[in-house]
Design a protein around this ligand. Structure first.
Ligand SMILES: Cc1cc2nc3c(=O)[nH]c(=O)nc-3n(C[C@H](O)[C@H](O)[C@H](O)COP(=O)(O)OP(=O)(O)OC[C@H]3O[C@@H](n4cnc5c(N)ncnc54)[C@H](O)[C@@H]3O)c2cc1C
Length: 404
């Protein structure tokens, strides 16, 4: 097989978005996914307007509409009284303000939409059971090595292989994550098991001392996605598939509002994920090999932007590869365009831990003051406006070549 294709390691959200964006420009891509079958874990994903803007530009508006749940807004609730404050309006307000909706989707539904779009353009674009283990490069291209020894030649390699990226390790050496002292419980609850008052069309962020909970509906309102974050030092496995028990999850949220107890009791299998912190990387492209998404800027899920940043990355990467004839120059331009924004998102996500878990939230009066101050519309705008209003589809033109 000739070496004219762009190779992508990982058929996750970032890898498939990049593949589709490149295909739409007439570029041949080959995506190598370690899993033997395509699929995603049972969990929800929030995609804010800056992400749906990119997905619409990639022709996915209709497909997204079919799988999305669009909340009217988001609200903050206090962990033990259930008092409620508005966070921000969504629904038509998001469309009016940013031109694009804020949607909640089931990861598996969204992943299937991306994979179908890529396969529609090229049924052989995605190779499964193909674990990438190493890469070498020369002036003309890259050679990707798969587990089993097969090698594949291409014009460039994009490591979209997630938080435990093998391509990142090949470029920059072993990962050095720091445990944040937080773990996340994840679960899905069939809507018919919930009392009426919990069926309101709002995304909710409960805040409390040492923990917070986010919940919203997916699959058109049929399932409630629950994510409960707790500060605890005894769970350090970063995995989508490690299961815990309802009893353990209930113990972590003892004393929290009855609505929370009801939700947890109705989760069949709660999964646990240790939240690791990683410093932003100053560089993530070397010659013809680059990274995107969680492979280069993994972040805590406290701004709900990890997948959205991977989506933005995929679009910008394709635009840079189109704008520059020289692959290394294209990858440098991609990194330059994305560095500041993704770094700010990594740091902003980590900073939200202090806000969501503040000890000030323990007592009622102090909590009311704390929420009124920190969830004041001006503070909310400072934290989110720059994220949601961003247009990743407007790519700055390439800088003119320097004259020596
Ligand atoms: C609890 C929780 C809630 C979250 N909620 C949100 C949210 O609401 N909104 C949001 O935007 N983000 C959210 N995120 C973040 C989001 O899940 C990630 O940022 C996103 O999945 C990153 O996409 P990616 O394509 O870079 O990596 P991944 O989705 O991890 O995909 C990587 C792919 O590469 C494959 N792979 C790995 N190694 C290899 C290899 N060596 N060879 C071949 N293939 C390989 C994997 O199997 C996988 O398919 C959340 C995260 C967590 C933990």
């Amino acid at each position: 097989m000739g070496g004219d294709a762009i190779l992508i390691a990982g058929a996750g959200i970032g890898g498939l978005t990049a593949a589709l964006a490149l295909q739409r420009k007439g570029v041949r891509v080959r995506v190598f996914e370690q899993a033997p079958a395509l699929g995603e874990v049972g969990a929800g994903l929030q995609i804010s307007a800056n992400g749906t803007r990119v997905l619409h530009a990639l022709g996915l508006e209709r497909a997204l509409e079919e799988i999305a749940w669009m909340p009217a807004g988001k609200e903050v609730r206090l962990w033990y009284t259930g008092e409620t404050w508005p966070l921000f309006d969504l629904g038509l307000v998001s469309v009016e303000r940013y031109g694009f909706p804020y949607v909640m989707v089931h990861r598996a539904d969204f992943h299937a939409v991306l994979a179908a779009a890529v396969r529609e353009r090229d049924p052989d674009a995605i190779s499964l059971g193909a674990r990438c283990i190493g890469v070498a490069q020369d002036e003309a291209g890259v050679t990707l090595t798969l587990a089993g020894g097969e090698t594949v030649r291409g014009k460039a390699l994009i490591g979209a292989d997630g938080v435990h990226s093998a391509i990142r390790a090949a470029l920059f050496g072993p990962d050095k994550p720091k445990f944040t002292g937080c773990m996340a419980w994840r679960g899905l609850i069939p809507a018919e098991r919930l009392p009426r008052h919990l069926l309101r069309p709002a995304g909710t962020n409960w805040v409390g001392p040492g923990g917070h909970i986010v919940h919203y509906f997916v699959r058109g309102g049929a399932l409630l996605n629950f994510v409960g974050v707790r500060e605890r030092a005894d769970w350090t496995v970063e995995s989508w598939t490690a299961a815990g028990t309802v009893e353990e999850c209930l113990a972590d949220f003892k004393g929290w509002h009855d609505d929370i107890q009801t939700m947890i009791r109705n989760i069949d299998t709660p999964y646990k994920w240790a939240l690791m912190g990683r410093d932003p990387m100053p560089r993530w492209c070397v010659g013809r090999v680059g990274l995107l998404g969680d492979a280069c800027h993994p972040m805590l899920p406290f701004l709900a932007q990890g997948a959205v940043m991977a989506i933005e990355d995929g679009y910008v990467l394709a635009a840079c590869l189109e704008a520059h004839r020289d692959v290394p120059a294209a990858l440098r331009a991609f990194e330059d365009i994305r560095r500041e924004r993704t770094t700010r998102t990594v740091l902003g996500s980590a900073a939200n831990t202090r806000l969501f878990h503040s000890p000030m939230l323990a007592g009622r009066e102090a909590a009311q003051r704390f929420v009124a101050e920190n969830w004041h519309p001006d503070r909310i705008a400072e934290r989110y406006e720059w994220l949601f209003s961003h247009d990743a589809t407007r790519i700055p033109p390439p800088a003119p070549a320097r004259v020596h």
